[in-house]
Design a protein around this ligand. Sequence first.
Ligand code: BGC
Length: 918
Amino acid sequence: MKITKHIFLLVAILLFASFKKQEEGIQLQNLRCEMLVNPEGIDVVKPRLSWEIISPQRNVQQIAYQILVASSPEKLANNEADLWNSGKVNSDESIHVKYAGTTLKSKKRVFWKVKIWTNKGESTWSENAFWSIGLLNYVDWKGRWIGLDRSFEWDNETQFSRLSARYFRKEFQAKKTIKQATVYIVGLGMYELYLNGQKVGDQVLAPVPTDYTKGVKYNTFDVTKLLQTGNNAIGTVLGNGRFYTMRQDYKPYKIKTFGYPKMLLNLDVEYTDGTKETISTDESWKVTADGPIRTNNEYDGEEYDATKEMPNWNKVGFSDSNWLKAQLVQEAGGMFEAQMTENMKVMENIKPVSIKNLKANTYILDMGQNMAGWLRLKVKGKKGDKITLRFSETLQSNGELFVRNLRDAKVTDVYTLKGEGQEIWEPSFVYHGFRYVEITGFPIVPTIDDFDGRVVYDDMATIGEFETSDKTINQIYQNAYWGIRSNYKGMPVDCPQRNERQPWLGDRTTGAYGESFIFDNVRLYSKWLNDIEQAQKPDGSIPDVAPAFWRYYGDNVTWPGTYITIADMLYHQFGDKETIKKHYPSMKKWIDYMQEKYLVDGLITKDKYGDWCVPPESLELIHAKDPALQTDGILLASATYVRLLDVMQQFARLLNKPADVKAYSRVAEEIKKAFNQKFLNPQKGQYSNGTVTANLLPLVYEMIPANEKTKVWNNIVNKILVDNKGHISTGVIGTQWLMRGLSQNGRADIAYKISSNRDYPSWGYMAENGATTIWELWNGDKANPEMNSGNHVMLLGDLIIWYYENIAGIKSAKDDVAFKKIIMKPEMIDGLNAGKASYHSMYGTIKSDWKKDGNKFQWNISIPANTKSLVYLPANSLEKVTEGGKKIVGIEGIKFVKTEGKQLILEVNSGNYSFSVN
Ligand code: BGC
């Protein structure tokens, strides 16, 4: 009795102890390879591995790691690292650790795990993670490109071309038991893939678009579970995408087209006995263009006739005797590239907020939100009933759709019913930018329950959240969130609704940096840098649109310069040095090209767009005509070029190229000199005509002679507060630095005023006037519809950066990038009483949540393991500060650094902290 009692007690103690150990244990999470979770088919043979360290304890720093990489999960479970055992490496690196094991060949499947040692003990092994290598060499691809190089009588090959989708099928026999099956597909412009009737993957509008003459992306899927021994069927559907492009024979000198849709597919099957076989595209495949998707075109919409459905076409046993033989066609041209960024997906489903009967048989559906994607419908009716959907961002005063700002995009989807009970339909190969949908031909009175708004963009996580005590700022943030996600389409596009949707470089120069606080956009943007590099001409010229679906080689500085600023963003926010290394030669080539061609007497003499879209003098205008509102193009080009030289110097230092550092700095000095000679008016204390942009750029780029700085600064303040009564007057270029420029120089209050205005011109004015996204123009409610999208992100400038870095106060240190060292420094602004954000960095989640009330300040923060922070508190002495209710002496993880004016600076290591200032 006594003994059992003791045993019981012992077991209880042991259980408790082990529970406790686990609770305090260090865990490794979110293992990533090339910043992707368990990627299939990558084409990097020495990929970079990253992990996150989770610990409830404070002050956890990694001191060593060990990585095991094996060729099977079984081997990995036995710690048999037949591909790579890094050994115990003394290092605090936990992101971008390069694989250094056996050289990996095409199709290799690889399993890995990691363990770390910290100042607080060691972790157990992580869960297993995975990656596989794609088809690295041209010769790894078997089979032929297939397609149909023709149109059909129901197609329309005019400027508004709309082809029907092409359906392909092939049956094959798997003779033995399948161990592993992997499919590699290049389906252009867009594909859907089915095996034995089941859709492969949850991607839509795949693959991501590229300039198909330069590079084509293939997608890889593990399809072992979808195949069976015996007969199997493969089915694919090809849509136009950007391949058979949106406007045929329309300005062919400017707009690229690539040909009819086509595909190449390899299905690799490995049997349990070790034998292998590849099923690939060839003449034995069958094809029809006479299926239910009658037309599809990104701008104009999709028409689906359910009476033309071919039940079970993608399953074994379907009779395809009246289908055509697939045609062997010319290959697409570009090199095969593994797609290293996620495809698009339906990322959210939203319900409409209202439906109104406009006139007989015509309804207007309101999604309550401007969005990009499409509408899914649910309907019952007769065979042949035809429902037409048209989309728009706004309504006219009579309640009808306002479509003039869509230019000639027809944005019309048509669904023809088959009349067999409930039918659910959504398109496959289009997306629309819309809030309102006009519905005609619905067989019964529709209700909002019959529809879903399908929000479509690249499958990337939302990694940031942000909120303040100011309602206007919160709403602008929501509008920005919707605007940004609307405009990710396998590349960042300018707008999702009109006949444009182009990846304009200038729209993202600084925006991409702000966006990176909200979305895990690292892979999208590194893909985009490849697009830009591919678009570069042999002489060095970079276009304004890349991929260059529209041919715009205008040789200005402000748009192409985005190539460099985004590489900088990827490094600063995500620690991606590899991208800088890869692109450095091309960036340098462009820098040199611009210099050789346009540097005349110390100034860069070429600009194209000016400070694009400043608030104009009268509300119907798109661009200001008044010279007083415009900023000199040479000033913009030269100042921007100086800034880019500065970034290039940082890159050159990072890559250890001292000669380049010297050369860039010499040219920068030469330009600064000429710039000040030409544009600085010391009497007036202003540059050129004294626009905010003209003065702001030299200020933030540190081009102003020391003794003139105050005057120029005062000029900016005066211009904003007096001339513009606290309003914005900058366009796409000036807005990139406005908020930070004001904050850095001690006037966060002005930045706050600008960002919380609700009258014209301001972001708040857009919200006040019904915007649920960000407009292309400050006067987007009144301006000429010719160039007036309701869903553009370029005017955000540096606003989102300012929200996170200055209001929430979460910023990565410049030298310890990717938030390895975090600067926690919220601005204290009169009238703004609370700020809150969380941001999921490569190291883990950072949080800042502050409130102030008179002289009282309360601040909860979280700092991820293996990072450090510098925390700036609004207090002038240590006496006034407590953490967790205790005085700041001898608290683990906190070290006093100094007081600086009204601020107290602490070094704070990882963990959760709760500071109060009284
Ligand atoms: C686009 C902009 C783009 C600009 C440059 C516009 O039509 O929508 O976002 O940057 O043209 O010319």
